[in-house]
Design a binder for this molecule. Structure first.
Ligand code: UD1
Length: 428
């Protein structure tokens, strides 16, 4: 599949962002720890959500997906398997997030080791260290890690994890979330120091609390979890996707007249919106519910960016903002601190006329007056979205291949852009 974009159209109107991918995936995984059904609303119907549904079905959960209503119902009562196979973990790294829930439910789990991906090596050492500190043993062989709780629970029946104080070397989202889920059903208290405090991690914590978990410190870098004996499924509405919001905001900054991005929560985007304002984008926060971007006559100014865990500049918006900075006069420097290899898309962008040079984990971007359409290929999800933005503003036709990467994370991306006035079509 490809996107074909004819650049140059001005965007205007309103666009509503979908539910957050990185919240929906974790909450779907967490639902398997509860007794009874969970009903999730505002779920984005994207490929990664379908893959997570496949993982849960394979484990034995009953899934009911309402594509038009953006709801998913999960009944985990019949889950018997505690193995997440390589075919699915390979397809979507977030499948590793079933490890914590399965470990707490069965006292053991076998999960394929995810391996690297197009943005760098992605270790799970902090996940495993956390589980080990909670009294689990892990063995790695044949590409799988097998983790087993050692302590019998108070009734001497199944093996149960034991609360512990855990200090993360880095506020990894995945490790924080896996440990948070596992700790919710462990015996005793777990404290996660240097925890990720991303809004999606807090969304997961709020879902768990609604299911009966005892968690305090939500939104902070220290989570305290008193393990409970049982969680019960509930109804929960997934928060809006801040990376999708940021993508439309940059599209509007690049080629918008007046665009209102609805369900764009300014505070959830870290310092992203402030950086755009520093660069001269006319951007307004409406009650932390939507963001309006208006065309400005002033020249944009270069800015420097360092990606960091929340509330720093989100690494997922790094490829997106690089397209904007490519068209800003002067030299802007982006420093990528979260992933070691997140500049793979630069060669493709440079084929469209950007002037970006990579030096280690820095991208040195010299502004150019215009971009020109070209055949390019998406190397990963956000890189693919960045190419779409470049195509919207470039002269002529841009043909983007490998858009399956983009479809992992953006719901109706081309349709939403068309509704704003873009000339973009999807072909087979
Ligand atoms: C999540 C997001 C992803 C985002 C990233 C950083 C999901 C599904 N994905 O990925 O979109 O780009 O956060 O905001 O939510 N690390 C280790 N050892 C570990 C765990 C992580 O070395 O045990 C390293 C990773 O290799 C990476 C960095 O820590 O360099 C950040 O990883 P992490 O925060 O865990 O990202 P993910 O949860 O995988």
């Amino acid at each position: 599949m490809k996107y074909i974009i004819k650049g140059g159209n001005r965007l205007s109107g309103k666009v509503r962002v979908s539910g957050a991918k990185n919240s929906a995936l974790k909450i779907m995984a967490a639902s398997i720890m509860s007794k009874g059904r969970t009903l999730l609303k505002n779920v984005p119907i994207i490929d990664d959500v379908l893959t997570m549904a496949e993982v849960l079905e394979l484990l034995g959960a009953r899934i009911n997906l309402d594509r038009t209503g953006n709801c998913i119902e999960i009944n985990p009562d019949n889950i018997k398997s505690f193995e997440a196979p390589y075919e699915l973990v390979r397809k979507m790294r977030a499948s590793i997030l079933v490890a914590g829930p399965l470990l707490s439910r069965f006292g053991e789990v076998k999960v394929a080791i995810p391996g690297g991906c197009n943005i760098g090596s992605r270790q799970i050492d902090m996940h495993l260290k956390g589980f080990e500190q909670m009294g689990a043993d892990s063995i790695t062989e044949h590409g799988y890690v097998y983790i087993k709780a050692k302590n019998p629970d108070s009734k001497g029946q199944k093996k149960r994890l034991k609360g512990s104080a855990i200090n993360l070397d880095f506020p990894s989202r995945g490790a924080t979330e896996n440990i948070l889920m596992a700790a919710s059903l462990a015996s005793g208290t777990t404290i996660i120091h240097n925890a990720a405090k991303e809004p999606e991690t807090s969304d997961l914590a709020r879902y768990l609390i609604k299911c009966g978990a005892d968690i305090s410190g939500v939104d902070s870098d220290c989570l305290v979890i008193n393990g409970v004996d049982e969680l019960k499924g509930c109804e929960y509405e997934i928060m809006p996707d801040s990376i999708e919001a940021g993508t439309f905001i940059v599209a509007a900054a690049l080629c918008g007249k007046k665009v209102e991005v609805q369900d764009a929560i300014w505070d959830n985007m870290g310092i992203f919106c402030n950086k755009l304002a520093d660069a001269g984008v006319n951007i307004t926060n409406i009650d932390n519910e939507s963001v309006i971007v208006r065309k400005t006559r002033a020249l944009f100014k270069n800015v420097h960016i360092s990606t960091l865990p929340f509330p720093g500049f989100p690494t997922d918006l790094q490829p997106i903002i690089s397209v904007f900075l490519s068209l800003v006069p002067g030299v802007s420097v982006i420093t990528e601190n979260v992933f070691e290899n997140r500049f793979m898309y630069v060669d493709e962008l440079n084929r469209m006329g950007t002037n970006i040079k990579i030096d280690g984990h820095h991208a040195v971007i010299t502004g150019v007056p215009k971009l020109s359409g070209a055949p390019v290929s998406a190397t990963d999800l956000r890189a693919g979205a960045a190419l779409v933005l470049a195509g919207l503003v470039a002269e002529g036709i841009t043909e983007i291949s490998d858009i399956h990467h983009i479809m992992r994370g953006y719901e109706n991306f081309d349709k939403k852009l068309r509704e704003l006035g873009a000339d973009i079509i999807k072909t087979d």
